[in-house]
Design a protein around this ligand. Structure first.
Ligand SMILES: C[S@@+](CC[C@H](N)C(=O)[O-])C[C@H]1O[C@@H](n2cnc3c(N)ncnc32)[C@H](O)[C@@H]1O
Length: 211
């Protein structure tokens, strides 16, 4: 069986740059009203989100299973002059996890065609434990394939926000701030224009009551 490291290293080694280098628009939208603090970016890829957060004053840990992606991310941070605000950590998040707690934990499109059943749920549950009191867990994911993709490349279940929420097993110390579906326009490699729907779940760990 292909491991996450084997799959994602192959994915990144295939091209010099995979992603656009721009931060995810839904991260930008959801973080706009947050005061900068500490942030953890799960599946940080080539670092665009982490660099964007650092440029806004966040102290960031970016975690990914691919050493190649992390190398590109570190180079991007260096070029942007924010290297000292970001720590890059290589983890297969199903096996190990960054230590500490964070004011923002972000999982943007943490999908993987080689994940075992329940693996993503377990990673996100671990993420719940790494949110500091008063902090936010932001989970953005695809809700389906792009509209022009008539034959999906592999089988995938794209969880709804309700399914993600149920899997997090939050107690009453948490508040659900947002469940949203967002459609965006997308251009296929052959130039065909279509759309893709993503979903957003934002939950906040309440501050404990003052004694
Ligand atoms: C679909 S990409 C999304 C990348 C980025 N967050 C974004 O929104 O552009 C998924 C990322 O998660 C990483 N990833 C997948 N499975 C992982 C795992 N088990 N542990 C750590 N990173 C993983 C991949 O290497 C990849 O960079």
């Amino acid at each position: 069986m292909t491991t996450a490291e084997q799959f994602w290293e192959g994915f990144y080694l295939d091209r010099d740059q995979v992603w656009s280098g721009r931060p995810n628009p839904l991260l930008v939208r959801e973080v706009a009203d947050l005061a900068p603090g500490t942030a953890l970016d799960l599946g940080c890829a080539e670092g665009a989100d982490a660099v964007w957060l650092a440029q806004r004053g966040w102290q960031v840990v970016g975690a990914d299973v691919s050493a190649t992606a992390l190398g590109r991310a570190a180079a991007r941070a260096e070029a942007a002059g924010v290297a000292e605000r970001i720590t890059w950590e290589r983890h297969d998040l199903s096996q190990s996890f960054p230590s500490g707690t964070f004011d923002l934990v972000s999982a943007q499109f943490l999908h993987s065609p080689v994940e075992a059943d329940g693996e993503r749920d377990a990673v996100l549950r671990r993420a719940v434990g790494s949110v500091a009191p008063g902090g936010v867990l932001l989970v953005v994911g695809h809700a389906g394939w792009p509209s022009f993709m008539t034959e999906p490349p592999h089988e995938a279940h794209f969880p709804t926000t309700g399914e993600v929420l149920a899997s997090l097993r939050l107690d009453d110390r948490w508040e659900v701030e947002l469940e949203d579906l967002v459609e965006r326009e997308l251009t296929a490699p052959d130039g065909q224009v279509g759309h893709r729907v993503d979903n957003v779940l934002r939950v906040r760990r309440k501050q404990p009551p003052r004694p």
